[in-house]
Design a protein around this ligand. Structure first.
Ligand SMILES: Nc1ncnc2c1ncn2[C@@H]1O[C@H](COP(=O)(O)OP(=O)(O)O)[C@@H](O)[C@H]1O
Ligand SMILES: [Mg+2]
Length: 206
């Protein structure tokens, strides 16, 4: 049975799709990986179409609605890791993806609206008795903001990962080629941050 990482957060634009694609592709050389896109906008399908033949293989699937549960069962039976990208609202599909998760990964940009929106996702994960973790994404260069937001999150008792992802253009340029930053620019800071995130996640559930 696969471990399932569901990337969820009811606010749009926090980096769910970016992180789901990057985590799946970065893991693909090491494990048998499936990437399941249940967002009806299916933006990962374009990324997957762009993915070069030479890149590490991963199974890509985009389904929504009544097909989600069956597809998740099929993928978990045949892979080591399933990464799910979910829609920017808590609907039935997102609930199913959270219910099926070994870990719910909640990207937040270091700003109050993102953190408030994460509270809903944390509550849902708790209601489904699922492990959840926040990751700071698009952290700007200024150390002050990072420190303030990290301190606030820690004081609030929310489960915050040590790994953080900076605001890096490399994510968009790798995405445009159907790649993860670890593939497009393996020696970049973005790639180092992604690998650190991946190891922390695997340590938690792996
Ligand atoms: N760490 C990052 N650094 C720079 N840009 C990022 C980062 N993460 C996401 N983005 C950009 O932010 C935008 C929204 O990201 P996306 O993954 O589509 O969010 P969501 O799926 O939560 O709506 C995209 O343009 C993406 O390239
Ligand atoms: Mg998205």
């Amino acid at each position: 049975m696969a471990i399932v990482i569901t990337v969820a957060q009811q606010k749009g634009g926090t980096g769910k799709t970016t992180l789901a694609a990057n985590l799946a592709a970065a893991l693909a050389p090491l494990r048998k990986v499936a990437l399941l896109d249940i967002d009806p906008q299916h933006s990962l399908a374009r990324w997957n179409e762009l993915r070069p033949q030479t890149a590490a293989k991963l199974t890509f699937s985009d389904v929504s609605g009544w097909r989600v549960t069956g597809e998740l069962e099929r993928l978990t039976a045949a892979h080591d890791v399933v990464v799910i990208d979910s829609p920017p609202q808590i609907d039935t599909d997102a609930r199913l993806a959270i219910r099926g998760a070994s870990l719910v990964l909640i990207p937040v940009q270091p700003s109050p609206p993102d953190i408030w929106a994460a509270e809903g996702t944390l509550r849902l994960a708790a209601a489904e008795k699922r492990k959840a973790a926040l990751v700071l994404n698009r952290v700007p260069f200024s150390g002050k903001l990072r420190e303030t937001m990290t301190a606030q999150l820690q004081q609030s008792g929310k489960p915050l990962l040590t790994a953080t992802i900076g605001n890096r253009t490399g994510f968009a340029s790798a995405f445009a080629e159907g790649l993860a930053v670890t593939e497009a620019a393996p020696r970049s800071i973005a790639a180092n941050e992604l690998r650190a995130l991946l190891s922390e996640l695997l340590e938690m559930i792996g």
